[in-house]
Design a protein around this ligand. Structure first.
Ligand code: ATR
Length: 287
């Protein structure tokens, strides 16, 4: 191992990620790198937990004192009823991706949306206050992101979705905060991209293997604006290529994955996450 590594011993603290499927997950390599980098004596594994085993898993977390768990598809909703406390981030989004175990008291958080926003600020646009933001898509990922964007004092957030009803429901449930939240069908896409400072794709359009598709033609974007895609397979989507050709700043989805993990690491350990090393490790595994 590298010089900053640690040995697994009788003090090693356990962590992990649960999902079904889970064997594709990059979280173990990323989080174990974070433990090595900081010299924290922890180990992070992937657990294949099917729906019928979720209750037993949570009992196991309490019994074994597993300190932290990340939760992915399909358990992000159902896990909530098995925890002792739900943080506001997870309550408003309606999904948990991170569990903190404080001596048997399990609290559910959601770090996806705030992880995305931290990535956007670090990698593309440091200050989101006063910005006009258009979000394409109104699913679970969109909900987390819109929630987190509204904490940043934007001028407004507009949600455009193939099914207008879903966009309207999402906007209604998240409005009443610091900025107006508007919703429309994709009929409004061109108009709502034209004056946006940031356009964010939260849909699966352009994801491997349909890599040729873009949710918006590049010509609809404002030159100089930021185009952001949650997709990280491929790292450079058709949307981001079109945006760069238009003179926009491209922001890819890998940072969201890194920073949702960085926040989880910070909640568990109380220490700053080594985000650059975590990114390096994930990137190396993708190439
Ligand atoms: P996630 O958790 O990734 O957000 P989801 O909740 O299933 O997944 O939401 C998928 C989003 O991508 C939705 O906004 C969906 O649009 P609809 O609500 O109209 O279904 C959008 N989406 C998926 N495939 C799409 C496509 N081919 N064209 C346009 N939008 C698409």
């Amino acid at each position: 191992g590298i010089a900053t590594g640690h040995k697994i011993d009788s003090h090693t603290v356990l962590y992990g990620v649960i999902g079904d499927p889970i064997r594709h997950s990059k979280s173990p390599i990323m989080m174990n790198r974070a433990f090595r980098e900081t010299g924290i004596n922890g180990v992070y594994s992937a657990f294949h937990i099917t729906d019928d085993k979720l209750g037993d898993f949570v009992k196991g977390v309490r019994a074994m004192g597993i300190r932290g768990v990340n939760v992915t598809i399909p358990h992000k909703l159902r896990i909530m009823e098995l925890l002792d406390d739900i943080h506001e981030s997870a309550r408003i989004i309606g999904a948990v991706n991170t569990i903190v175990n404080d001596n048997g008291k399990l609290t559910g958080y959601n770090t996806d949306g705030i992880g995305y926003v931290r990535s956007l600020k670090e990698e593309a646009l440091p200050d989101l206050s006063g910005k006009r933001i258009t979000v394409i898509g109104a699913g679970g990922a969109s909900r987390g992101i819109v929630y987190a964007l509204l904490l940043e004092n934007p001028e407004r957030v507009r949600i455009v979705n193939r099914s207008a009803d879903r966009a309207a429901e999402l906007a209604a449930s998240l409005s009443g905060g610091s900025a107006p939240v508007e919703a429309a069908s994709t009929d409004k896409l061109e108009e709502w991209c034209a004056d946006a400072d940031i356009v964010i794709n939260t849909t699966s359009v352009g994801m491997f293997p349909d890599v040729g598709q873009s949710p918006v033609p590049g010509e609809w974007l404002k030159p100089g604006s930021v185009a952001s895609d949650l997709i990280y397979n491929p790292l450079q989507t058709a949307f981001l290529k079109a945006a760069e050709a238009r003179g926009c700043t491209a922001h890819g989805g890998l940072g969201m994955f890194i920073y949702q993990g960085a926040y989880a690491f910070e909640y568990w350990t109380g220490q700053p996450a080594p985000a650059a090393a975590m990114r390096e490790e994930v990137l190396a595994s993708l190439l």
